[in-house]
Design a protein around this ligand. Structure first.
Ligand code: FMN
Length: 155
C-alpha cells in the first residue's frame, strides 16, 4: 500500500491539525507512502465541482449539531453537510474505508454523533473517534487503524 487519501473538513482548525499530525506520523513510519488530502471546505470555497473519488479513502468529520439530545429527538447537522454531500456523490461512498469522528465530550450523547450518522447512511465503519485536536496517542492509534483498513483491502 503506497497511497492513501484523506477527505476532511475543519471549521475551527482541530481536525485539520489532527490530519496534519497523522500525515506526518504515517510518513515517518513509511516514507514511500503518498497521502492525498482533500479539504472539502476549500473545495466548496473555490467553487470546484465535486468529483468521483474512485480510490479508497478515509473521511474525517467533526460534529456540529444544532438541537437534539443525541438519543430521542432530532438534531440537525450544520457546517459539515458538504462532506455528506461529497460522499453521497456518485459512487464515492463505496470507496470510503471508514469514518473517523471528532467532537467534544461536553456534548454528552451527541459526542461524535455525525460520524455515527455517516456510518449508518453509507454503511461504513466508524474507525475511531478523538476529542478536539486529539492527543499523540490518538494520532498513533488511529494511524494503525487506518493502516489496518488499507491492508484489509489488499488481502
Ligand atoms: C456550534 C457547535 C456545535 C457542536 N456540536 C457538537 C456535537 O453535537 N457533538 C460533539 O461531539 N461536538 C460538537 N461540537 C464540538 C466540535 O465538534 C469540536 O470543537 C471539533 O473539534 C471541531 O472541529 P474543527 O475545529 O475541525 O472544526 C460543536 C461545536 C460547535 C461550535
Amino acid at each position: 500500500m503506497q497511497e492513501m487519501t484523506f477527505v476532511y473538513i475543519s471549521l475551527s482548525g482541530n481536525t485539520e491539525s489532527f490530519v496534519s499530525r497523522l500525515q506526518t506520523y504515517l510518513l515517518i513510519q513509511n516514507p514511500s507512502l503518498t497521502i492525498h488530502l482533500i479539504d472539502i471546505k476549500s473545495l466548496v470555497k473555490e467553487e470546484q465541482d465535486f468529483f468521483f473519488l474512485n480510490k479508497p479513502y478515509v473521511t474525517f468529520v467533526p460534529t456540529y449539531l444544532e438541537g437534539g439530545n443525541g438519543i430521542d429527538n432530532g438534531d440537525v447537522e450544520i457546517l459539515t453537510t458538504d462532506v455528506r454531500d461529497f460522499m453521497a456523490y456518485g459512487e464515492n461512498a463505496f470507496y470510503c474505508l471508514g469514518v473517523v469522528g471528532s467532537g467534544n465530550r461536553n456534548f454528552n450523547h451527541q459526542y461524535c454523533l455525525t460520524a455515527q450518522q455517516y456510518s449508518q447512511q453509507f454503511s461504513i465503519p466508524v474507525l475511531d473517534t478523538f476529542e478536539m485536536r486529539g492527543m499523540q496517542n490518538d494520532v498513533e492509534r488511529i494511524a494503525h487503524k487506518i493502516l489496518e483498513a488499507y491492508a484489509a483491502i489488499h488481502e
